[in-house]
Design a binder for this molecule. Structure first.
Ligand SMILES: C[S@@+](CC[C@H](N)C(=O)[O-])C[C@H]1O[C@@H](n2cnc3c(N)ncnc32)[C@H](O)[C@@H]1O
Length: 262
């Protein structure tokens, strides 16, 4: 296995391949639209997209804010490059911020703080301290402001990870797949009220094995794949695909809707 010292630029844990993600993330875009529907908007709010990725969901959010603004925040420069390309037609209504959500606070957003709402899709499970995360989000929300989010839940991709382990690899990523109970407790502790948290299964079928391999390599197995030499990457992902009982990723989503205490 290659050492990470000579790693290519997209092998840092925070880095992604934004262009490949944009092309492959149809499941995340589909779920994201359903999450976006939970946001109650008048159309002139300022909304923080926390972990905007390549901007597919952000673009839809912007479409629901004809008189409002979006702050598109992400830690990954590759994702933000892609989001800037996608959102280029709206230069006056989108502000891009590259920061780790664990370092977010009013000073990061400056005079754009406080925001009216926070939207986040497919991101929070990549952030491994949810107490700090929710506290940081509360610190930039106005009193009464909405938090609407979805991420991986406890039990997410269990079957896929069993397939990975059967290939002899113990650990392929760093995630926090929290339970609804833990999340309700953390959100209340961080100053949220009207907290509603629930899970839903989202088994996702891939009819094209090439696309499944690309998806695994770009999204779910990204951290581990980045530690391998280029020659090792394809065969590793193929071993995982072969070990999956069916071409289905057993996603389980954690949904949360809450308001910052008025
Ligand atoms: C799977 S993508 C989701 C992107 C987009 N929201 C979507 O639904 O398609 C996860 C995103 O979270 C970002 N991310 C992960 N951890 C982060 C952190 N600690 N701070 C900021 N962004 C983070 C990643 O860079 C990536 O763009």
């Amino acid at each position: 296995m290659a050492a990470t010292g000579d790693a290519p630029p997209n092998s840092r844990p925070s880095e992604w391949d934004g262009a490949a993600y944009d092309r492959l993330a149809d499941p995340q875009a589909r779920w994201g639209l359903a999450v976006l529907d939970r946001l109650v908007l008048g159309g002139n709010e300022t909304v923080l997209d926390a972990g905007c990725g390549s901007g597919r969901v952000t673009e839809e959010l912007l479409g629901r804010l004809p008189g409002g603004r979006v702050i598109a925040l992400d830690a990954s420069s590759s994702m933000l490059d892609e989001a800037r390309r996608r959102l280029a037609p709206h230069p006056d209504r989108v502000h891009f911020v590259q920061v780790d959500l664990l370092e977010l606070g009013p000073a990061v957003l400056g005079d754009r703080c406080p925001v009216d709402a926070v939207l986040s899709t497919a991101t929070f499970h990549w952030v491994t301290d949810h107490d700090l995360l929710f506290g940081n989000l509360a610190s930039v929300l106005r009193p009464g402001g909405q938090l609407v989010a979805q991420c991986g839940a406890q039990g997410n991709i269990d079957a896929l990870l069993a397939a990975v382990r059967s290939t002899g690899v113990a650990r392929v990523g760093t995630w926090l797949y929290a339970s609804p109970y833990e999340t309700v407790t953390r959100l209340r502790h961080a100053g949220f009220v009207d907290v509603d948290v629930w899970t839903n299964p989202e088994p996702t079928y891939f009819d094209d094995p090439v696309r499944l391999a690309e998806f695994l390599s770009t999204v779910i197995l990204r951290e581990h794949v980045a530690t391998l030499s280029p020659d090792e990457r394809g065969p590793f992902v193929q071993r995982v695909v072969a070990a999956m009982p069916e071409p289905v990723v057993d996603y389980v989503r954690l949904n949360m809707v809450a308001r910052k205490r008025p």
